[in-house]
Design a protein around this ligand. Structure first.
Ligand code: NDP
Length: 285
């Protein structure tokens, strides 16, 4: 029988653990982890993500600051807020919600964040540390996928892993994390030939393409672990993943649903990174 991984339960467990550690950190060292979240524009999905991240902070006892800036905010204004937050001793983590409006250079914004406060793990410094096998802050979604597998006792070492998607925020950092954990990793994209043949070899298959139910039953090997990162909104407003769940589920040993699989883990790992940033920054001072 396949095990349907409940990301909400694992994320709740992580929040519970962090809340306990925050209490101890405050008592023993007088430190309260602080997260600043910056939203530019009115993208409805981004607004929901930002609200939930602030609620998570409240739940675990973090200090948080939320910046909601208009769509026409100029790049230099955003850079000056980041500069202020880089110097704000109450803030240990800075997150700029992506995507940013077209007129703002997202790379320049990420580069401006102090890498020690880059709790999204997108700064080239953090990407480089991951690449060299000595990670500092790790990108939240792939980090959450690793944590989900670890907490379910899914062995990574020596496994054939196929990732569909090569973005900087999911596919590429996940590939590096899995390599560090001694998996054999194949990364696929839109130019990959005979995709089904490649995915059928996967003992662990990760779908991160942003394409509605593109992973069909015949693309999955019997007994595979299937991780669905996709969050796609149908016209009727319902959420659906990159995996055709109903035709794939019975072939798997473990599978994540959408919603309620990887999604909640991304937020939980943001809290983990912020907690770690607070302990490390305070030790460095
Ligand atoms: P991007 O659009 O940045 O990247 C998608 C990747 O998938 C690209 O590398 C693209 O290839 C590849 N791809 C797309 N279609 C196909 C296809 N038919 N066959 C093979 N490869 C394909 O997306 P993101 O990485 O940002 O996000 C991927 C999905 O994950 C989205 O649904 C997003 O909403 C979701 N997501 C979920 C998160 C969570 O917390 N659960 C967090 C982040 C993202 P190419 O490079 O050739 O274009």
């Amino acid at each position: 029988m396949p095990i349907i991984i409940n990301g909400n339960d694992v994320a709740r467990e992580i929040r519970y653990e962090i809340k306990a550690k925050v209490g101890a950190l405050q008592e023993q060292r007088g430190i309260i982890p602080g997260l600043a979240v910056i939203l530019v524009g009115k993208d409805p999905a981004s607004r929901i993500y930002v609200r939930r991240k602030t609620e998570d902070c409240e739940e675990v006892g973090f200090f948080s600051r939320e910046f909601k800036l208009p769509e026409n905010t100029e790049e230099h204004r955003l850079l000056s807020i980041i500069d202020e937050l880089n110097r704000d001793g109450r803030i240990h983590g800075i997150l700029v919600q992506l995507p940013l409006p077209q007129h703002i250079n997202a790379n320049a914004i990420i580069d401006a964040i102090n890498p020690r406060k880059d709790v999204d793990g997108f700064h080239p410094y953090n990407m480089g540390r991951l690449f060299t096998g000595d990670p500092f802050h790790q990108a939240c979604t792939p980090y959450g996928i690793i944590e989900l597998m670890d907490r379910h006792g899914i062995k990574i070492e020596g496994k054939n892993v196929v990732i569909v998607g090569r973005s900087n925020i999911v596919g590429k950092p996940l590939a590096m994390m899995l390599l560090t954990r001694h998996a054999t990793v194949t990364v696929c994209h839109t130019r990959t030939k005979n995709l089904s043949e490649v995915t059928r070899r996967a003992e662990i298959l990760v779908a991160a393409a942003g394409s509605v139910e593109m992973i069909k039953g015949e693309m999955v090997r019997d007994g595979a672990v299937v991780i669905d990162v996709g969050i796609n909104r149908r016209e009727d407003g319902t959420l659906v993943g990159d995996v055709a769940f109903s035709e794939v589920v019975d072939k798997t040993s473990y599978i994540t649903p959408v919603p309620g699989g990887v999604g909640p883990m991304t937020r939980a790992m943001l809290l983990t990174n912020t907690y770690n940033a607070a302990t490390r920054l305070s030790s460095a001072q």
